[in-house]
Write a protein that binds this ligand. Structure first.
Ligand SMILES: Cc1cc2nc3c(=O)[nH]c(=O)nc-3n(C[C@H](O)[C@H](O)[C@H](O)COP(=O)(O)O)c2cc1C
Length: 531
């Protein structure tokens, strides 16, 4: 996919997924307007700024799919998995239109950029869509998206409280007492956002994963004040350094992917050394939380599926639920072999910071919450099927954990095996179904369909019919419904009287599955033995 950021905006516009607002708009109103809009919004005249703002471009499932060029939401995950398996390294180019305007030194002024506030208690204007690239002398290149709150015209914080690779890079630089140079590319295509939002293992270049998603290399160009590349297609690039201040500066609060206001974080500071941008640059404001959710969710799907594949589990479906913030909950259906549900739980719970996983059989639709709850209700014994692992790696943003300066909390992981327990007879799980479901259709009856009356019979004929029924069940046991159908020349009442006659004459019994059979025959169930 060759499409760049601007071409994606055009495609949204052409399909009615982006609305242009040409009138002056106060930047303080942007967050709520985007929240209320069904489309992405392009603010051409933001009062007090020369640069326009676009926001909400991947704020729905459909727009996330459009961003990745996918026909279905699941396809995003498949394409991401393929990209992880076959990354395409970036191509380095000498320069790009992003360098049409360059400000360095004292000319750096973040207040010239239309950086909106996001949620109500935010600690200031917040850069939400910056793809950050950094290099560690030993661990190589890393990219990710981390938010920055503007503190001074050339100073921000960087929100790296979560124990991720960028935090590790910053920690290692701090131990060396050195700043960590970073480029921050703002206004990049959803493919680059998705690639960088994937939490790749150390040493894996997320821009190569973005290349895998594109099917062609992502172009990177060199910054001017630091030896780090930026995304060549970006609208705006900040060149900066994470200062070796450690996690000592209060920052926030932040509106989080949890749909909650996060608390105050303790973060390092970032000095911005240069700002470069296109001469007609567009500022992309990623709107929290849904723009994050729709693009981050496929990364969880891909990671869970990969862990289950490694564990050799046959997966039917996965639902990383929206109720679980597309992050903490997964429901997984599997084609079960004995013990496999527990293996599936162990594998899935090892992924990222997933907290709660339910594994169900493949007859359960993981996207139907009632069906999943039904499986939990009917297939789980809490003492055998619930596993709790304490003190695992957790997301510090989990509001149910202790938070604060210097605290890197651990948390519990819970797995629920809601598959049919091994060794329980299948009959325990025969669902209620209705005879004649294929032939007796409600629409026909509403339109006046009539059934045939069927014969009735006097007592002598009932006794004769009973004999015929007896002959039938002597050969093989039959369900009551089968008898009623087999002798449907008679009306139901007559058949019921005939079966009643067999009962009264002590000919009738039932087999272990409840079918009618002849009393004392090889098929007949015997009563439970007295203890
Ligand atoms: C829109 C968006 C905003 C994000 N904001 C943050 C953030 O402020 N802090 C953070 O630690 N992670 C944030 N993330 C998650 C990281 O970008 C993601 O976990 C990434 O894979 C981390 O990569 P790393 O382990 O290579 O550092 C954000 C992700 C997205 C998609």
């Amino acid at each position: 996919m060759q499409e760049n950021f601007r071409q994606f905006l055009d495609r949204l516009r052409q399909t009615g997924e982006l609305v242009d607002l040409h009138q002056p708009v106060d930047i303080r109103h942007i967050a709520t307007l985007v929240d209320q809009a069904k489309t992405a919004l392009f603010f051409h005249k933001v009062i007090g700024y020369d640069v326009p703002v676009v926001s909400g471009i991947i704020r729905s499932r459909e727009r996330a799919m459009m961003g990745l060029g996918a026909e279905t939401y699941r396809e995003i995950e498949d394409r991401l998995s393929a990209a992880i398996a076959k990354p395409i390294p970036p191509k380095y180019v000498k320069t790009s239109p992003t360098r049409e305007v360059v400000m360095t030194g004292d000319d750096v002024d973040l207040y010239k950029l239309p950086i909106p506030m996001s949620s109500i208690y935010d600690g200031g204007p917040m850069i939400t869509a910056g793809v950050v690239i950094a290099r560690d002398p030993e661990l190589g290149i890393n990219s990710g998206i981390y938010r920055f709150i503007v503190k001074e015209k050339n100073l921000t914080g960087i929100d790296i409280v979560t124990p991720n690779n960028m935090r590790l890079f910053a920690q290692r630089a701090l131990e060396r007492k050195e700043p960590l140079p970073i480029s921050i590319s703002i206004g990049t295509h959803p493919i680059e956002i998705t690639g960088s939002g994937y939490r790749a293992p150390l040493g894996v270049d997320e821009m190569a994963i973005a290349g895998g998603l594109r099917g062609m290399p992502v172009e990177l160009a060199p910054c001017s004040t630091i030896d780090i590349p930026y995304i060549a297609d970006a609208e705006i690039v900040l060149e900066g350094e994470i200062l070796p201040t450690g996690w000592t500066w209060p920052e926030g609060r932040f509106g989080e992917f949890t749909r909650l206001m996060g608390g105050l974080h303790w973060n390092p500071l970032v000095r911005i050394k240069a700002v470069s941008m296109r001469k007609d640059a567009i500022y992309y404001n990623l709107h929290m939380p849904w723009e994050n959710t729709w693009l981050a969710a496929p990364t969880r799907y891909a990671a869970i599926r990969q862990a289950l594949r490694t564990a050799g589990v046959q997966v039917k479906d996965i639902n990383v639920t929206l109720g679980g913030c597309a992050f903490w909950h997964a429901v997984i259906s599997i084609r079960k072999q004995p013990g496999e549900a527990k293996n599936a739980l162990l594998a899935a719970l090892s992924v990222m910071d997933l907290k709660h996983v339910v594994v169900v059989d493949d007859d359960i639709d993981v996207f139907d919450p009632m069906g999943v709850e039904w499986a939990i209700a009917t297939r789980v014994q809490g003492d055998k099927d619930v596993m709790i692992i304490s003190n695992a790696r957790a997301k510090p943003l989990d509001p149910s954990l202790l938070q604060g300066a210097g605290i890197v909390p651990t948390g519990a992981k819970v797995g629920i095996d809601a598959t049919i327990p091994d060794g329980i007879p299948k009959e325990h799980y025969e669902r209620i179904t209705y005879a004649y479901a294929d032939t007796a259709k409600i629409d026909d009856y509403v339109n006046g369909k009539k059934d045939e009356a069927g014969k009735s019979a006097d007592d002598a004929e009932v006794a004769a019919l009973a004999k015929e029924i007896l002959a039938a069940i002597e050969k093989a046991p039959l369900y009551y419904t089968d008898i009623a159908e087999k002798f449907s020349d008679y009306n139901f009442r007559t058949v019921a009287r005939a079966i009643g006659h067999l009962h009264a004459t002590e000919k009738l019994w039932q087999d272990p599955r409840g079918r009618m059979c002849v009393r004392g025959s090889q098929f007949a169930a015997s009563p439970p033995k007295k203890a």
